[in-house]
Each structure stands twice: as C-alpha cells, then as structure tokens.
Design a protein around this ligand. Structure first.
Ligand SMILES: C[S@@+](CC[C@H](N)C(=O)[O-])C[C@H]1O[C@@H](n2cnc3c(N)ncnc32)[C@H](O)[C@@H]1O
Length: 335
C-alpha cells in the first residue's frame, strides 16, 4: 500500500520531488499553497493536484485522508499570550493552523522542515511550542539538523528536519537520520560551461578587474563604495581568477568552487546584481545552475515565471535529495 501524503506550504513541490525520487512507494493526495507564481511552476512540472488558497481557508473535514503530513512552513513568532493560552489562540500563525489540521486528520507521520535558527527563535520558545504541542497530541519526536552538501548537493544548506510518529501507531519508535550520503559536494562539476543566460553589467566587469588587481581604483568609472573596496572574505585555497563572487549587504566574498557554495538565500538569488558571479567566465550563475545548487533536476521547468521568481522559488525550496534520504529513514523506521 502506498504511503498517502499531503503537503502544506508546498512552494514548488520540493517535498514531492524528493519523495518521488526516494523509491518509497507513496502517493500525493493533497497539496496547498497560497502563492500563484508557485502554482504556475508546480503545474508546469506536476500537473494539477494543487489547492491554491490561503491555508487559513482550509476546512480540515474536507481534506482527503492521508498517512503523512509534510510541510516546510514559514517561521513566525508566537506571542506571549499564545504561550499562556496553550497556543491554540494564535489563529494568525501558520504553525497553529498546521497543528489544527494535524489534530483533525491525525496523520501517522508528520514531517516538518525549517531553518536551523528555529531552535533559537524567540529564545527557544518557538521550538518548545512546536515540539511540546506535537508531543501533547500523542506524537514521538525525532529531529536533526542536516547539511545538504552531504547529500550530493553542492550547497552547504543546514536545515532542521522534525519527524513526529503517532505513538498509538508506532509506539516510541524514533528516526535514525542518515547524516551523510556523500562527502562534502564541491560546486565545480555542477558548473554549466558557457551558460551566459544572465550576463553581468559593465559595473560588474570593472569590479572583477578591480578584485583581480587588473584595474586600480583611480581608473574605475564610478565611485567604489567603502564596503566594496576590498573583498570581505576570501575562502581558503580560493583562486580569484576562477571563483564565485557573492554579494552580501556587508561586502563581497570570494568563494572557492572546489567546495560547496554557501546557502542560497532569497537575497542572493534575487533579480540581478545580487546573483553570485563566476569570475572566470564573467557571468552570473544561471537558473539551471541554481537548480543544481538546490538538488533539483535539470528537467525541472521554471519557465512559467520570471527569472526573479524562479530564483526566489528555488531559494525558498527544500533540497529534494535530503527529503529523499529522510523518507527512506522514515520508511525504515515504520516498516
Ligand atoms: C519556505 S517556503 C516552502 C517551500 C517548499 N518547501 C518548496 O520546496 O518549494 C514556505 C511557503 O509557505 C507558503 N505560505 C505562507 N503563508 C501561507 C498561507 N497562509 N497559506 C498557504 N501557503 C502559505 C509560502 O507562499 C511559501 O511558498
């Protein structure tokens, strides 16, 4: 019997991709997401089975039955009032809506993903609320912070994964998370040579010459801001002639392509100048390379949305190979 699952805060379907790649027999019965652009990408890749609306408008008794509940939900602070009221009063918080769906549907498995800072968020209160409220509803919890670069993905992206198993179905079973499926994955083999789909500006050309010591500051055609006058950080063993320049609000960093890239965020995925630059080919990373950095297959289609939206959707997504690994771990624990 396939494991029936539903996904909330689906984005572009990173959980679904990972589950489908895992080899574990599973069937998606429901997916919800509010963002219309995510829906466009989702439909281009998976077809329908997507309920496009605000999660707060979902009536749990109208949902199909499922065994597993998946969500990479946005992390919002919970108010002090919520803490005292046993949390049920926080109707505006996505997590509490998820909890109310879990309460009604009673899935045997709950699989959540979030940023590792969830543990420290609001001085530890947010994490405590999440874990306590699942335990109070009869679940045994397992949680682990995993780094995608140990799963064949050329990006160091740490995320917390929480798996809750319903105690009346699985006793006190916990998940033995596989922490590494590969060694640290370097970016170099994932570069698509000559992919000039996002060219750099004249200003970026000058910056590259400047950082490579080929152009003195006096010859720059614009005033170089203080925060850009020297590289903020140069990675160990980094060859500046063949590296990635990453723009941050604090400055520009030179990254080695013989290591995983740092976490792709919405800031550096954005529309233009903030997308990382390859110094050798003098161009921005392409959407196809960003797919690879997130562990998405080359065939995944983002052409239904703008480049900016595609990059944002990728930066918000889960890395499917990590999901795939965890589903195998879950399967091992429950079968
Ligand atoms: C961190 S992203 C999850 C991305 C997803 N795991 C993926 O692989 O693409 C969180 C998602 O929650 C969605 N979201 C936020 N508030 C929502 C709401 N009220 N109803 C439905 N979806 C919501 C956002 O639009 C966003 O796509």
């Amino acid at each position: 019997m396939p494991l029936k699952y539903a996904e909330f805060c689906t984005g572009v379907g990173g959980f679904r991709l990972g589950i489908e790649q895992s080899g574990v027999e599973a069937e998606l019965v429901y997916a919800n997401e509010i963002d219309n652009n995510c829906e466009k990408t989702y439909i281009a890749n998976f077809g329908r089975k997507f309920d496009s609306k605000d999660i707060f408008d979902i009536q749990p008794d109208r949902l199909p039955d499922f065994d597993m509940f998946c969500s990479g939900f946005p992390c919002q602070p919970f108010s002090a009032a919520g803490k005292e009221l046993g949390f049920n009063d926080e109707r505006g918080t996505v997590f509490f809506k998820l909890l109310s769906l879990i309460e009604v549907k009673k899935p045997k498995v709950v699989f959540l993903e979030n940023v590792p800072n969830l543990i420290r968020h609001d001085k530890g209160n947010t994490y405590k609320v999440i874990t306590d409220s699942l335990r109070m509803r009869g679940y045994t919890l397992s949680a682990k912070i995993l780094d995608s670069s140990y799963f064949g993905v050329p990006q160091s992206r740490s995320r917390i994964y929480i798996v809750a198993l319903r105690s009346d179905a699985y006793g006190n079973k916990t998940i033995d998370f596989t922490e590494k499926r590969t060694g640290r994955t370097a970016f170099r083999p994932f570069i698509i040579q000559g992919d000039y789909s996002i060219p750099i500006t004249k200003r970026w050309e000058e910056y590259i010459d400047y950082y490579l010591g080929k152009k003195p500051i006096e010859e720059m055609s614009f005033e170089v801001p203080k925060s850009r006058r020297s590289l903020e950080r140069i990675a160990t063993n980094c060859d500046l002639e063949d590296c990635v320049f990453q723009v941050r609000s604090s400055g520009v960093r030179a990254l080695s392509i013989d290591a995983p890239l740092p976490t792709l965020t919405v800031l550096n995925s954005g529309g233009g100048a903030h997308i990382p630059v390859l110094s050798k080919e003098r161009r921005h990373l392409s959407i196809n390379e960003m797919k690879r950095i997130m562990g998405f297959p080359d065939s995944f289609d983002f052409t239904a949305v703008s480049r900016t939206d595609a990059a944002k959707q990728l930066a918000n997504a889960v890395c499917p190979p990590v999901i795939s690994s965890i589903i195998q771990d879950i399967d091992k624990a429950i079968n």
